[in-house]
Write a protein that binds this ligand. Structure first.
Ligand SMILES: [Ca+2]
Ligand SMILES: [Ca+2]
Ligand SMILES: [Ca+2]
Ligand SMILES: [Ca+2]
Length: 694
């Protein structure tokens, strides 16, 4: 039989997987977003699909939590922080039968306090006593005013932790004098939009601090943590890292460093000895433990507002200054392999290095600065002995708003012959600043790769397929395929023995549909979930392996945070496990707002996003499970395939009434909504938008 081409295409076209609704938990806010070591704190976690949360899991064993109460849109919990917990950000998850979700929690070392509304103008300003860690929230058009006194000559640090804790707040800080005149202002100090101000008060007296959202933005979930006081604050450490097993004198640059005490690497990994202290710099001697894995750590300065990034490497390290390396005619000689630490400290400053190789070889020239949250946008340039430019790199690939940015060059180049070569490091736009530190790695290339999973938590529905996205970034000239496999899939969940990640980088469209090339390759790792797979949470591990030049390289595949532009939570999460929960696919998901306004003696509308997964062909009827006195709610019929419904509410009494919508087909209950509060006669609020995006 001859089949018309169009029909034939439809017959053989692969069945497009049905888009499954996002039913797992989604965290939109945490308050307070941190607590002090050695104490307890009661926190509220806000979001969606939080009903039945049974546990809160921190990656570190030094922070534990107990669930006190759960609802569809919030979890209350008591968090206990061990006195030995490492200060700074810690990953945690809420875990329920329908899935898990990740958020972060900031462990601090000073007592916590809270804002008290109303504090919306100078008259209502809340008094501050330094030092302080204060937790606040910026709602739409909210201004938070604080009043304090400063001594003449006193240097006070004001630091806002918001984006760095995954808060949606894009905060702004300003300082006002006693009469309300703005004397200092900062919006975005960090890449991730948090402000930071250091101010030396020329005269003593009363002052005001004002915190608000840029463009008067804000939401009930937009929290901040203000750290302020005459605190030590370190902008950067020089060197920015050290070699394992070596003792290194680390110079700290910042403010209020005259009185610094304890300086600790990571979670008590090593204690540094303070060699000298001054107001704006101090030197500490640190022995980097021999058995530490190379990678990025934090240096904790007692009572400082923030830790300082500190890298641990396997290579010899040197430190240069613009004085020692800033002269083109007198390049600073280095021997490979080496990590050079420096600061591009002035506009147009360029650092020049020379090195010698005794045979042709492929080398790596990598400059890291953005990786440590500094604002230098490094470029690296390579010259041969005659001064001819032979290689250049600014960024590893193009940057878009759709993938985490990376402006640190990672240049691999084959040196064709033995001899002397020159390297330059500078800012892409010839900018310079006292706080533009970098680490230049110069070594023979040893091809390697890093592998990650996109996302940290997944819900696997029984009887369905689920796709895990794996991303491989090739380093130091790696150019062979990599194999990825899952190691400990739960019972009833199967995946391919191996998925091959090719060497071709993934292409994708940017926000303006322009084409970008990913710094790496993304592949799909499909999982099949049996209809009778046991329910519950598993921590799945993936591994990746490749062979190049006869050398086998194997790595764990570590989940990466879901990417959101301008949030600090980017890169690899703190745990190597993918949290995967096997759950039953609901027959019906009703997406509804938490609150719906309705006028008195008029009509309100509950907008419902209907996702039907029962494969039924009978219409769906939506009606309230119970109707409170004073409300009339007409049932609505949704034809099969329908995805939107407006449920009309008429009200005859003022007040707030909770209702639940039920969906039935042929008299059988298919699913229920979460509780919806009908606010009758209240002033209209911003309409809530139901989103399922991560
Ligand atoms: Ca507020
Ligand atoms: Ca306020
Ligand atoms: Ca900002
Ligand atoms: Ca760059």
């Amino acid at each position: 039989m001859r089949v018309p081409v169009l029909v034939w295409l439809i017959l053989v076209a692969p069945m497009v997987a049905q888009e499954l609704p996002r039913t797992r938990p989604n965290i939109t806010g945490v308050f307070p977003h941190g607590a002090q070591t050695g104490g307890d704190a009661e926190i509220t976690i806000r979001g969606r699909n939080l009903q039945n949360i049974s546990a809160i899991d921190f990656v570190t064993s030094k922070v534990t939590a107990q669930v006190l109460e759960t609802k569809h849109n919030l979890v209350r919990a008591r968090v206990h922080i061990d006195a030995a917990a490492e200060p700074g950000r810690h990953d945690f998850r809420v875990v329920g039968p329908h899935g898990s979700a990740m958020a972060v929690f900031d462990v601090g070392s000073r007592p916590e306090s809270f804002e008290k509304e109303p504090n919306n103008d100078m008259d209502g300003a809340q008094p501050l006593e330094f030092p302080v860690v204060l937790n606040g929230v910026i709602r739409p058009r909210d201004y938070d005013y604080f009043k304090f006194t400063a001594r003449a000559g006193q240097t006070i640090t004001f630091d806002i932790g918001a984006g760095r804790n995954d808060s949606g707040l894009d905060a702004v800080l300003s300082l006002l004098d006693e009469s309300g005149v703005e004397i200092a202002y900062n919006d975005d100090y960090y890449w991730f939009k948090d402000p930071h101000l250091v101010y030396t008060f020329p005269k003593g007296g009363a002052y005001f601090l004002r915190i608000f959202g840029t463009g008067e933005s804000g939401s009930p979930d937009d929290d901040y943590r203000l750290s302020a006081g005459e605190l030590p604050h370190v902008y950067h450490a020089m060197p920015l890292g050290g070699q394992r097993g070596e003792s290194v004198d680390v110079r700290l640059f910042g403010v209020n460093l005259g009185g610094i005490g304890n300086v600790v690497l990571g979670e008590g990994l090593a204690e540094a000895e303070v060699v000298s202290r001054g107001k704006e710099s101090a030197t500490v001697r640190l022995t980097v433990p021999e058995d530490l894995a190379s990678g990025d750590y934090r240096l904790h300065i007692e009572s400082a507002a923030l830790p300082v990034p500190f890298a641990v490497s396997d290579l010899p390290e040197v430190t240069v200054t613009t004085e020692s390396a800033g002269n083109k005619q007198d390049a600073f000689p280095v021997a490979l392999p080496v990590v050079v630490n420096g600061v591009i400290d002035a506009p147009r400053a360029t650092h020049h290095f020379s090195f010698q190789v005794d045979e042709p070889q492929t080398i790596l020239l990598a400059v890291d600065s953005y990786r440590f949250d500094y604002h230098l946008d490094p470029v690296v340039i390579l010259y041969d002995d005659s001064g001819t430019r032979i290689a250049y790199q600014d960024d590893p690939t193009t940057n878009s708003a759709k993938e985490p940015a990376n402006v640190d060059p990672h240049l691999v180049f084959h040196l064709p012959k033995a001899g002397r070569y020159f390297v330059r490091v500078r800012d892409n736009a010839f900018r310079g600043d006292q706080n533009f530190p970098y680490r230049l790695t110069l070594k023979r290339a040893e091809p390697d790769f890093v592998a990650g999973i996109v996302g940290t938590d997944d819900t696997l529905f029984r009887g369905r397929e689920h796709t895990v996205i794996v991303q491989v970034r090739r380093l130091e000239g790696w150019n062979t395929p990599v194999e990825v496999w899952a190691e400990n899939l739960p019972a009833g969940v199967t995946g391919p023995g191996r998925v091959v990640v090719p060497t071709e980088p993934t292409r994708f469209k940017g926000t303006c549909a322009e084409e970008h090339i990913l710094d790496g390759t993304k592949v799909e790792y499909p999982l099949q979930i049996a209809a009778d797979a046991p329910l519950g949470l598993s921590r799945v591990r993936f591994r990746a392996r490749g062979v190049m030049n006869g050398r086998v390289v194997e790595h764990e595949v570590v989940p990466r945070y879901w990417f959101r532009p301008l949030k600090k939570t980017q890169g690899f999460s703190q745990a190597a496990d993918l949290y995967a929960t096997v759950a039953d696919l609901p027959g019906l998901v009703l997406g509804v707002p938490d609150r719906v306004p309705a006028p008195l003696e008029g009509e309100g509308t509950i907008q419902v996003v209907v996702t039907r997964l029962d494969d039924g062909t009978a219409p769906l009827e939506l009606r309230p499970a119970e109707t409170p006195d004073g409300l009339v709610i007409e049932p609505v019929t949704v034809r099969p395939g329908g995805t939107l419904a407006d449920v009309k509410v008429s009200a005859s009494a003022k007040g707030s009434f909770p209702i639940i919508l039920e969906g039935k087909t042929e008299g059988k209950l298919l699913g229920r909504s979460h509780p919806i509060m009908i606010d009758v006669g209240a002033a209209p609020e911003r309409r809530e938008v139901v989103t399922n995006d991560e």
